[in-house]
Each structure stands twice: as structure tokens, then as C-alpha cells.
Design a protein around this ligand. Structure first.
Ligand code: PFF
Length: 445
């Protein structure tokens, strides 16, 4: 986090970068295209954007102000307002969710890391050969986990953030290159139609749940990562402006990622509902065909790995900050502990792509994989559930007076109508909509 002595502009920019580092990651470039592909395309995209602005943004402001108010991890932030009672379990839910998401996030991040070398060295392994190779996947997993542990443990975050500031603006440029090339392929327009022309008959209760989950996942909401980041924020920084900038940058990256994938999917005659493997199956083929593809592909996977690293450290930081603040564990011990548990739960995920038949087709979950189960429970359900509870906590327990006052410290226009609208959304719309979506997805209606 930047120092406050650099002045308002400089410090807001520093925070925006850190928060954008947490938000922009695999969720935008790997997860967004695959869930969009599985859930019907354009109609899902519209639903997703609606979820981001109606539900995600108000909860982002709530998490940031909760963190800045207390300068604590999610459990500590809740205890600062509600020292007794059961609210602290909401903090525990966030801590557990962070740990479980990290366990499978690291696997995909490890693939990204492996694909840097695969692209550069023009290694001919197919995705299936790659993902079923247990020793290779374990190695990549451990390497990526150690890199994340190294950053959180050794406090070399400043360096990472400086580099991501220089490198991240290159990401949309690379995506643009890929888009321009894929649009020249025969059959690409069918992909553009899939991506941009909505067919609302595809929308089901389950689809809405997944769109909502994606809105939380991509913006690092619902588990307290933004509470933890908000806890480092200076009082004079503008939560509204900073938060909105992060969200809009993220939507732009996701939108471009979809545009880079779907025209290519259709041009190659593949299915958009490929699942978690989508990006890793489609893009390498594009890089093979496209002029300068080795360089562009290598750079793409390198940047994606860095984006994944800045997100993974925020996932890791939540349970680590909890252990340090609340359980008085030393940072080094806490980081290794969380890393160990992550690895334990990561193993079945790593075996979910064909290496183990059991974990690839769980008999008790309609033959879906262990990985899909984790991503569904934690990525799609636990984050909105946590977000719903955070909105109730801020609006009803802390109260809109205290929350709005916190926001207005860095934004003196945030009184009157703006804070009233925010209050209504947090008090009524977020809890009711999320509850209905959760109930609907388990077919209560
Ligand atoms: N937002 C990250 C991404 O899109 O890759 C993932 C993530 C980070 C989710 C932190 C949740 C979180 F708390």
C-alpha cells in the first residue's frame, strides 16, 4: 500500500492498483469465459453485468468501509463492531472460503505458469496430456503456491505491485491482438453472435446463481478480501471512486477475454461449454496459427500468471491475517500453515482432470469432478452467501449512519441521496435478491 505522504492522488492510485491486483486475475480471463460458455453466452453476460452493478458494487463499498473503519481482518473487523454474539462466524466463513478457493485457484494458476514454458518451447503436449500428468501438475502447483507464500511471507509485495503496475496495462493490448486475429478466422462471426446476441430462454435459476457467484468471484467479494485490503486504506481516500475504477477495469478485461475466446471457439468448431479447460484448449491453438503467436502467447501466459499471483496473495492474506490478529500466530508460521492446508485440499482438485477417475467423476455429485464441486460450493455459493451476510451486517448491525460516515471521510459528496440509495440497496435489495437467488438455485420454489 502506498504511503499517505504521497498525497491524495498518488495514494489513491496505489490502492486502486492493489485492489485491482486482487480483483483482476484468473476470474476474468479463465473463469468468466468458461462460465459464460457453459451458461448460454450473451444473456449470461448481461446478467453478470447487472449483478456486478446492482449487488457487487454496493457490497464492495460495504467491505471497504468495514475494513477501513476497523483496520482489521474480517473477523477482527466484525468483532470491532459486534464484540459478542454470533456475527464473528461470518468472518470465519470468509477465512474458510479464502482457503478453499485458493486450493483450486492455485491449480489453474500453476497451469498458467506451465503454459508460459509450453508456449515458449513449443511443446506439443495436448491439454488432456498436460492435465492428466499428475507429477507435472503437482510440481506446478507447489511452485506457484511457494511463490504466493514467498510474497505473503517475505513481504516482497511492494515489488510485485510495482511490476504489475508496469505489466498489467499490456494485458488488454495483448487481448486486442488476439481478438483482431481471431475475427479474421472463418466462422468467427458465429462466436460473436453467441457472445453478443442474448437468448434469454437459456436463463435458469442455476444460471442466475452462477452469474451472481461470478460477480463476487471476479471482484474478490464475499469473503473479506476487500475488508482486509480496505483495512490498509487511508481515511482521506475516496472509496467510491477507487472501488468503481477497479470494477470497471475488471469488466473491461472480462469483456475482452470473452471476445478473444468465443469467435475462436466457433471458428474451430468446438463447444463453448468445454468447462474449466476452455481457455487452455482454445488459446494455444490460436497462438500456434497466429503470426508472432509464440511471443504473444508466452507474454499472455506470463501476464496471466502475474495477475493470478496478485489475486492468490489476497486469497492467502485473509486466513493469514486472521491467524496473526486473532490467534497471535507469527506471520511465518501462519503462512506455512495456511499453505499446507491449501495443498491438502488442492490434491483432489489436481486429480480432477482425468488423473483419478474417482475425483474426475464424483459418484455422489452427478459425475461432476471434485474441482467443479469446489468451484461451485465456494466460487458460486459461499461468496454470495458471505456477501449477503456482510450487507446485512453493515446495514442492520453497524447501521447506515456509521457506514456512510466512514465513506464520506474521503468523499464529502457522499451524503444525502447517494448514501440513501446505497442504504436502500444494502438494507433490502442485496439481502433479498441474494436470498431469492440462493433459494431458487436449490429449487425451493
Ligand atoms: N478476483 C480474483 C480473480 O478474479 O481471479 C479471485 C479472488 C481473489 C476471489 C480474492 C476472491 C478473493 F477474495
Amino acid at each position: 500500500m502506498s504511503s499517505n505522504s504521497r498525497g491524495a492522488w498518488g495514494s489513491r492510485f496505489g490502492f486502486v492498483l492493489a485492489a485491482a491486483g486482487s480483483a483482476v486475475g484468473l476470474g476474468h480471463i479463465w473463469r468468466f469465459p468458461y462460465v459464460t460458455g457453459e451458461n448460454g453466452g450473451a444473456a449470461f453476460v448481461i446478467l453478470y453485468i447487472a449483478c456486478v452493478f446492482l449487488i457487487g458494487v454496493p457490497i464492495l463499498f460495504a467491505e471497504l468501509s468495514l475494513g477501513r473503519h476497523s483496520h482489521k481482518n474480517p473477523v477482527g473487523a466484525i468483532k470491532a463492531i459486534a464484540p459478542t454474539g454470533g456475527w464473528k462466524y461470518l468472518g470465519y466463513l470468509g477465512v474458510a472460503t479464502g482457503l478453499f478457493i485458493l486450493s483450486y485457484y492455485t491449480l489453474i494458476a500453476g497451469w498458467t505458469f506451465g503454459y508460459i514454458f509450453k508456449t515458449l518451447l513449443q511443446n506439443p503436449l495436448t491439454f488432456d496430456e498436460f492435465s492428466t500428468n499428475a507429477p507435472l501438475n503437482s510440481l506446478l502447483y507447489v511452485v506457484f503456491l511457494l511463490m504466493s507464500i514467498g510474497v505473503v511471507y517475505g513481504g516482497i509485495r511492494g515489488g510485485i505491485e510495482r511490476w504489475s503496475k508496469i505489466l498489467m496495462p499490456i494485458l488488454p493490448v495483448i487481448l486486442l491482438f488476439i481478438i483482431i486475429y481471431t475475427l479474421t478466422l472463418e466462422g468467427a462471426m458465429e462466436g460473436v453472435r453467441f457472445y453478443l446476441r442474448p437468448d434469454f430462454s437459456e436463463i435458469t435459476g442455476e444460471t442466475i446463481m452462477i452469474a451472481l457467484g461470478q460477480a463476487f468471484f471476479a471482484n474478490s467479494l464475499g469473503m473479506g478480501a476487500m475488508i482486509t485490503y480496505g483495512s490498509y486504506l487511508d481515511k482521506k481516500e475516496n472509496i467510491i471512486a477507487a472501488g468503481t475504477t477497479v470494477v470497471i477495469f475488471g469488466i473491461m478485461i472480462s469483456f475482452l477475454a470473452g471476445f478473444a475466446i468465443f469467435p475462436a471457439v466457433f471458428a474451430m468448431g468446438k463447444s463453448p461449454a468445454e468447462g474449466a479447460a476452455l481457455v487452455f484448449v482454445i488459446l494455444p491453438e490460436i497462438f500456434e496459427m497466429m503470426p508472432g503467436g509464440i511471443l504473444i502467447g508466452t507474454l499472455f501466459f506470463l501476464l496471466l500468471a502475474i495477475a493470478a499471483l496478485t489475486s492468490a496473495i489476497s486469497l492467502l492474506e485473509v486466513p493469514v491475517a486472521f491467524l496473526i490478529d486473532e490467534r497471535k500466530v507469527r506471520r511465518k508460521v501462519a503462512t506455512w500453515l495456511v499453505g499446507g492446508v491449501t495443498l491438502l485440499f488442492g490434491i483432489p482438485s489436481a486429480l480432477s482432470f482425468g488423473a483419478s477417475d474417482f475425483f474426475t467423476h464424483l459418484p455422489f455429485w452427478a459425475g461432476h469432478s471434485f474441482f467443479d464441486l469446489m468451484d461451485y460450493i465456494f466460487g458460486s455459493v459461499a461468496l454470495p452467501l458471505g456477501g449477503m451476510m456482510f450487507s446485512i451486517f453493515v446495514a442492520w448491525r453497524w447501521g447506515m449512519f456509521g457506514a456512510s460516515k466512514e465513506v464520506s471521510l474521503g468523499n464529502d459528496k457522499f451524503i444525502g441521496i447517494q448514501s440513501k440509495v446505497w442504504g436502500i440497496i444494502l438494507k433490502y435489495i442485496c439481502p433479498i435478491v441474494i436470498l431469492l437467488v440462493l433459494l431458487n438455485s436449490i429449487e425451493v420454489f
